[in-house]
Ligand binder design. Sequence first.
Ligand code: ZN
Ligand code: MN
Length: 482
Amino acid sequence: MNALNDFKIKIGLEVHAQLNTRSKLFCSCKTDFGGEPNSQTCPVCLGMPGALPVLNEKAVEFAIKLGLATHCEISPISFFARKNYFYPDLPKGYQITQYSAPLCRNGFLKVKTKSGVKKIKIERIHLEEDAGKSIHNEPFVPQGMTLLDFNRCGVPLLEIVTAPEIKNPDDAAAFVAGLQQILRYLKISDGNLEQGSLRCDANVSIQKSDSYLDDCRVEIKNVNSLRSLVSALKYQIELQKRSAATRRKMKSATVTWDEKKKITRIMRSKEMASDYRYFNDPDLLPLVIDRKWIENLRKSIPELPMEKAERLQKHYRLSENHAYFLVSSEVRAELFEYLAERTGASELSAKWMLQEFSRYENRLDQNKIDGIRSDVAELLLMIKEKRLSWSKGKEIFSQMMESEKNLKEMLFQQKNLLIADEAQIEKLAMNVIKENHDVVEKFKEGKHQLFNFFMGKVMAASNGSADPKVVSRVLKRILLGR
Ligand code: ZN
Ligand code: MN
């Protein structure tokens, strides 16, 4: 058994991120998702003879931004090449991509993994165009046929390639998650794995005492969730370990992950770069980047998730878990900061974001959040001041979300359900007073700010369902004799 665990794992990732520019990389066709098939095409992206590509400046800007955010060197000059291969969804017969000279290189991404923050090296980030889509598994496609949609042909992609130094499947998933967050913070890609705007291929090999086993490297293609990425890698690692143990030779291959059967399947033996006959595209000039442009773009990079997590921990004294939960989406982090500032209760706000807000956030766009945030701050303030219990607050918030009523309406409605019976509240109040003799003494000595302490205790004793006005009246009568 020991021999099986005596391997070093090497994982390298190639992630493709679809950029959300309005037009394609080399023509002015729209990039909108879901348009009628083949309606967003032109001679350039269909690869008609004689059509000339013109580079989209916005796509270059987005690429530089990601390069800067991941500490890459930005090449002052880079080139576009043709990667030649035949596939039905590639009408030109080649893909325009950057090969020997990518736009960005030698960077890194700091990510939060299960075993702490790790720095993962990025070898290169380059610009390239997407291919079209083959459609076979839809009900409207006749058996044995394939339909082609070229709307995606020429949509700009960034390919991000890590060094093959990732040591386990969980770290690989952490890298993809971290990259996804940065793409979203920079607003350059939706970063959606399930919908394919982020696509991840993973190369994995195992190594024993510094020599590759048969030089075997398996590339897992297009896993469409972080969970599948981890499962596919674990499966491959086990497979490779077992075949090494039995000295069976494994071939380098490209495989896909079968989500239903939880196995990888071989698609083809692995291509080598020489199979693609790369050469610089004679229709495109070298890409020359002005230093000033880079410096201007540098100024536009927002505070990124890892820095934000550190700042939130320090400034609001949050736990690491709370901080990383909050920064995983910019919307979350922003709302949290608003609530923490408005209520002065950062821990309460963080806990509320984690336990309550997270249940509804998928339904909330920025407009809706802007519409409810002051109500939510008000609600948290009431909880902080013990005018409302957590569970009552939670209930009101859920009702607010379900009924789209605002806090005032909710409280008004709530009031009719509150305990307003003076005798019942007086009973609770008397109990509180009995149990807190020392505080009563202090109150009677003149520390009248302690009134809120009693309010809170009685409200809590009623599980938040007592009418605060009646509680206040009853307490004043008992404590102050008026
Ligand atoms: Zn076009
Ligand atoms: Mn690629």
